[in-house]
Design a protein around this ligand. Structure first.
Ligand SMILES: NC(=O)CCC(=O)C(=O)O
Length: 296
């Protein structure tokens, strides 16, 4: 029952799949996604186990990892959360591997509505959190990309944060990344890391994907992880790829290119406090002024 462009890499970037700083080890799985749902889920499960073998404590999958991304697919691939086959596979994988799984997203069916939903499973396979994409991807860039999730999906209305092994983590889904207010609310709930399963495209990906991750990290002084599907040039919607990790100083510390791969990184969570202490914007906000003007 349900409730509720180009691949050019800027010279300043360094490409590295494994970094070693102290803290919390995460794996971002840039999965190859195709039309075969069972195959998509099986390869996600297999990658979760491989990531565990590399020491990951949290493993994250991309947006729409069990289905091609496109409005015409959502109804056919949709499942109830948490009773559907994909959720059951994620729960089992999380329990068997003993890791937290941020389960990318799946099209969720709830009554007569569909949502784009991320589920989060703890190391015993228990559902820790469920986030329904709050900002639907409705854009129209003539001769480039027109997409209207709202034709078939309903929007979520909740901020989603959870705690795992002492780390407070927030979840947004793809287009949610464009909304600083949402990241701000998650930071206010104590998050040190925001994870965004996402699938930007070949028009907005090169322009905004990394920029937005660095902007959110800089605004909120926390870690930001973006997890994309791998690029399939023959798909109806071609994902940008480039899963990425940004630190609380807004450095792009690691990223992938467009191919199937896994980024494993050890997050130094002490950087969150370091940057917040050294650049104390959190206590310097003039909410007295903003609120007054806002009310006029
Ligand atoms: N799946 C999405 O929400 C795509 C968002 C996107 O590409 C963007 O530019 O924003």
């Amino acid at each position: 029952m349900c409730e509720s462009a180009t691949d050019a890499v800027h010279p300043r970037f360094f490409k590295k799949r494994e970094i070693h700083v102290k803290g919390f080890k995460i794996a971002l799985i840039q999965l190859a996604v195709g039309p075969d749902k069972a195959k998509n889920v099986a390869s996600a499960v297999s990658e979760i186990h491989k990531a565990k073998d590399k020491g990951a404590q949290l493993v994250a999958l991309p947006e729409c990892f069990n289905s091609p991304y496109g409005t015409k697919y959502f109804d056919e691939y949709a499942e109830e959360v948490p009773s559907g086959a994909t959720c059951r596979a994620l729960s089992k994988a999380a329990a068997e591997a003993g890791v937290c799984v941020v389960g990318g997203t799946v099209p969720e069916r709830c009554g007569d509505k569909l949502y784009n939903t991320c589920t989060v499973w703890d190391g015993s396979g228990k559902l820790l959190a469920q986030h329904r994409k709050m900002h639907l991807f409705d854009i129209d860039i003539p001769n480039k990309i027109t997409f209207k999730e709202s034709e078939v999906l309903s929007a979520g209305d909740q901020i989603t944060t959870f705690e795992y092994q002492g780390v407070k983590i927030g979840i947004g889904i793809c287009y949610d990344l464009r909304f600083p207010e949402m990241a701000h609310l998650m930071a206010k709930q104590g998050c040190s890391l925001l994870v965004y399963p996402g699938a930007f495209n070949m028009t907005t990906g090169p322009k905004h994907w990394e920029l937005l991750a660095r902007a959110r990290a800089n605004d909120e002084q926390l870690w930001v992880a973006l997890v994309s599907p791998a690029r399939d040039p023959d798909a109806g919607y071609v994902a940008w790829g480039h899963s990425a990790l940004v630190d609380p100083w807004a450095n792009l510390v690691a990223h992938l290119d467009h191919r199937p791969d896994t980024l494993v990184a050890d997050l130094d969570l002490s950087l969150v406090e370091e940057v917040r202490k050294q650049i104390p914007i959190r206590v310097q906000r003039r909410t007295d002024i903003y609120d007054t003007i806002h009310k006029k």
